[in-house]
Design a protein. Structure first.
Length: 158
C-alpha cells in the first residue's frame, strides 16, 4: 500500500525487529511516516492520505457483494428502517450495548402512531439515539480539526 519505495523499505526494516504489539507497530509506522515527510517534502502529494487509506483498508468494515448490488439490503446507516421489522437503526454507546433491549428499539410504526403504547418510550429512545449520533459526529469533527492542525504545524516553515 505504500507507493514510495524508500518509505516502504524503512517501514519493513523497522517492523521486522518489532514485537507483535499492534499499537507499538502503528506508532512506529506513524513516526517513520512523519519523519519521511519532513525529509522528503516532494512526497507529500503522493502519500498525503496514506494514513487514512491504511485505516480504511484495515479498520473499517467491508460490505459484502449482496449489500452493494441489492436494493433490499439494509446498509445500517443511522436511522435507516429495516424493511421487514420496521425497526429503526439507532446509534448507541458501546458501553450500553449489554443493556439494550430489542423491544425498546423504536419502529417506524410506533414512532408515527401516537396511539401506540410504545410511542412515548420509543420517542425518548429516538431522542437518545439522535443525541448519541450528534456526539459521535462532534467528536469526529473535533478529531479531524485537531489532526489537520497537527498536520499543518508539522510542515510549517518558519
Amino acid at each position: 500500500m505504500i507507493p514510495e519505495d524508500a518509505l516502504r523499505e524503512q517501514v519493513e526494516k523497522s517492523l521486522e525487529k518489532m514485537p507483535e504489539s499492534s499499537l507499538e507497530r502503528w506508532k512506529t509506522f506513524i513516526s517513520i511516516y512523519d519523519s519521511y515527510l519532513r525529509e522528503n517534502g516532494n512526497a507529500i502529494r503522493k502519500i498525503k492520505y496514506l494514513i487514512e487509506e491504511i485505516k480504511i483498508q484495515f479498520c473499517y468494515p467491508r460490505l459484502d457483494v449482496n449489500v452493494t448490488k441489492g436494493f433490499n439490503h439494509l446498509l445500517k446507516s443511522p436511522f435507516s428502517i429495516h424493511p421487514k421489522t420496521g425497526k429503526v437503526s439507532v446509534v448507541f454507546k458501546p458501553n450500553n450495548a449489554r443493556n439494550m433491549k430489542l423491544d425498546e428499539i423504536p419502529t417506524i410504526h410506533s414512532l408515527l402512531d401516537d396511539s401506540s403504547p410504545d410511542n412515548v418510550q420509543h420517542q425518548n429512545n429516538m431522542r437518545n439515539a439522535v443525541k448519541n449520533f450528534q456526539e459521535v459526529v462532534f467528536s469526529l469533527e473535533k478529531a479531524e480539526a485537531i489532526r489537520k492542525r497537527n498536520y499543518a504545524s508539522k510542515f510549517l516553515v518558519l
